[in-house]
Design a protein around this ligand. Structure first.
Ligand code: IMP
Length: 421
């Protein structure tokens, strides 16, 4: 029995979809444990490209995908994703935790409204209602998927919640009337369509562990977007770090074997918030174009910069990462010089940690170590030893600095363009 956990070590978009797809080979279940359709995972199989937002990537390999209790679920998006996959001859096997919170229409309206009011202080959310849905969950005003198959329960909850939301709308100056009966009808209809997937998934997962089967836990976003340990308040609303997988699935922490941290060979970020190694020159534009750094979910261009090891080290510490997978190494091909940020300068002093105060993070200036670049990486390269000498130097430096082994190096989007160390 092995429970592997895959998480992002930067600000998301590290290429987790490909690594999850790779690791899901011998897993019975592939489980999402936090976030919702703010995530975007791209998987390339042969010539087919799949973009998934809420369905766990492992379903492409015929695995059972589980949407864990720590996620937030927009039923409309899920049903569309199922239809799209079916059109491409994939009938996804799915289980949805009966405790999952549902993204309701008022969550999406309030997400956008908040951002408008914040103006240039906005978080730059994906506008999918994620934050407002998690806020209601914690405030104990959430609608859970189990409510969608119980008319009485859904109606009585909406009767309590909708007048509150309507008052909030007024404060925000939003001229929208929430039609309780219509919302109830629509969401009961979603419930009918989703009923066959709804289960106490924590019990299924626990039984699977007892039976000696393998499970893969699929993180979304990245550790620097974690609501506690990320660059708060410029974060998402969920627990992205390793411990979040236990809360978000009901799998006890002692059952998790490997914690695999995914890191892109450089750094990207979507939305607002500090990013000490961000490049504003032609090198940043080069990385953006060559790495096709445009959001899977929102199509927004990603901010790009050199690899920041201060943040990856932070992620290794808070999640006890046991192995690393480096993605998109090929994007750095042909650069004369490549740089790695090892420390920051804050108020004239060298520091090697991420400050909690966002104003301090904003002031951090990167300290770089420069490396000679390399030309092409042969796409058929299968061993670490076959990589160009300077690429190996780059990777060895990362391993040493993070005191964590690199087990996987991705040198292209395809399944086969992967080196196992
Ligand atoms: P939210 O998750 O939509 O509330 O957005 C909060 C912040 O997290 C914004 O800066 C988003 O751009 C960022 N974010 C959310 N999901 C992802 C993701 O999957 N990849 C990268 N950034 C994300």
């Amino acid at each position: 029995m092995t429970v592997n956990l895959v998480i992002g070590t930067q600000w998301g978009d590290e290429g987790k979809g490909k690594v999850v797809d790779f690791f899901s080979g011998d897993a019975e279940y592939v489980v999402r444990f936090q976030g919702g359709n703010n995530a975007g995972h791209t998987i390339k199989v042969e010539n087919e490209i799949y973009k998934l937002h809420i369905i766990p990537s492992g379903v492409i390999q015929g695995k059972i995908g589980v949407i864990g209790n720590g996620c937030v679920l927009d039923p409309l998006v899920l049903l569309k994703e199922i239809t799209e996959l079916k059109k491409r001859n994939i009938n996804p096997q799915l289980l949805i935790s009966d405790r999952v919170n549902i993204i309701m229409p008022y969550h999406k309206i309030l997400d956008g409204a908040d951002e408008k009011i914040l103006g240039d202080k906005k978080i730059g959310t994906t506008n999918r209602g994620i934050g407002p849905c998690y806020s209601d969950k914690i405030a104990r005003k959430g609608i859970r998927v189990i409510d969608l198959i119980n008319e009485e329960s859904l109606k009585s909850k909406l009767e309590m919640i909708i007048p509150i939301k309507q008052k909030i709308f007024k404060v925000y100056g939003i001229n929208k009337i929430l039609d309780l009966n219509k919302i109830c009808e629509t969401y009961l209809d979603f419930g009918k369509k989703l009923k066959k997937f709804i289960r106490p998934t924590h019990i299924y997962l626990s039984n699977s562990i007892k039976d000696g089967k393998n499970i893969l836990l699929e993180g979304a976003q990245g550790s620097l977007l974690d609501v506690d340990f990320g660059t708060y308040p410029y974060t998402t609303s969920s627990h992205v770090i390793a411990a979040g997988s236990s809360i978000g699935t009901g799998i006890g922490m002692k059952n998790i074997n490997e914690i695999i941290g995914i890191m892109k060979a450089y750094t990207t970020r979507v939305g607002e918030g500090p990013m000490p190694t961000e490049l504003f020159d032609e090198e940043g534009v080069y990385l953006q174009k060559k790495g096709n750094e445009f959001g899977t979910t929102t199509s927004r261009p990603r901010r790009c910069g050199w690899l920041d090891l201060v943040i990856v080290k932070h992620s290794c510490i808070i999640s006890s990462i046991t192995k690393l997978a480096v993605t998109k190494l090929d994007v750095l091909n042909r650069l004369k010089k490549v740089k790695i940020c090892t420390d920051y300068i804050l108020d004239g002093k060298k520091i090697n940690f991420l400050p909690a105060d966002i104003n301090e993070v904003n002031k951090c200036k990167p300290v770089y170590k420069e490396f000679e670049g390399w030309s092409e990486i042969n796409k058929n390269c299968k061993n670490f030893s076959d990589l160009p000498k300077n690429a190996k130097k780059y990777l060895r430096f990362i391993e040493e600095k993070l005191d964590t082994p690199i087990n996987i190096v991705s040198i292209g989007p395809g399944r086969k363009e992967t080196i196992i160390n």
